[in-house]
Write a protein that binds this ligand. Sequence first.
Ligand code: AMP
Ligand code: TRP
Length: 332
Amino acid sequence: MDRIFSGVQPSGNLHLGNYLGAIRNFVRLQEQYECIYCVVDMHAITVWQDPKELRHNIRELTAAFIAAGLDPTKNVIMNQSQNSHHAELAWIFNCVARLGWLNRMTQFKEKAGKNRENASVGLYAYPNLMAADILAYKATHVPVGEDQKQHLELCRDIAQKFNNDFGVDLFPIVEPLILGPATRVMSLRDGSSKMSKSDPSDNSRINLTDDADAIAQKLRRARTDPEPLPSEPDGLDGRPEAANLVGIFAALADSSVEEVLREHGGSLFSDFKNALTEIAVAKLGPIGAEMQRLVADPAYIDGVLADGAVRARALSEPVMAEVFETVGFVRT
Ligand code: AMP
Ligand code: TRP
């Protein structure tokens, strides 16, 4: 049976992009596949995290998974650092992946910025750990937002090189699942940059914990252009802010860009933003409220993660035994 794996970093400020690009699709996939959803705390520390905040953010993200509709009895919900197989396989992949491959990763270049010499080694090797997350379970399908496409190509290259080097057919070649009309949600302040947890302006994103007033205010202030909405998708060409809001609407309404424009073409942004606020509050409000309720019960959250860790290790154990045997390690 096909197996799904995906991860989200517990680095705070979980936003609408994370929801529409990733978490919402996780919920849909749980009906069809065996799924492992991971709070990737080891990825989070590739940039500085305050330990107290990290602990809170791990629990909050776990709560968000459950509040969005993931069933912890049906899926494995876990945090990465509680299954050491991820780190063990990542080391082996550090020895498979080539420097030249990692040098091409655009996310490293963006995150490291100008001062590359000062970036952590972990940030550089981050895609190898991501490949290990997936392949420790021989997962075949990985739901993510558009920005993770390059990392998944690297995961395929690593699987292929490992299989070739050792003359085995051990790792699957994974398929990305980039689903829905909002696979790359843009900043509300700048249609040319991605909505991101690390944007210093809180007005650039809608957080899953924002209340109705905050959502309304951020959408009211969202950047647009002076033209009314077009009636056809090609009328959005060269209008990134308009395209972004229409894509968000379509995703929240379970509709398509064509359909949204059929209904709202010709509207002024002031009216469209009211309609968008209404649907955003209706869809996100209950998730935020449920997150708050769950976070207030850390014992329950920790129980979910403890159970997830046990079930995850049971799944990765046989894969790791095969890997160690293939590589030539002696296990006594
Ligand atoms: P991260 O916050 O980097 O851990 O991302 C978690 C998941 O959310 C990944 O699948 C990302 O591709 C997805 N994601 C992050 N930002 C966005 C965005 N602005 N639009 C769509 N998907 C996103
Ligand atoms: N790198 C991903 C991100 O920042 C998170 C992640 C880590 C992930 N491991 C993964 C996503 C494995 C999918 C599969 O969004």
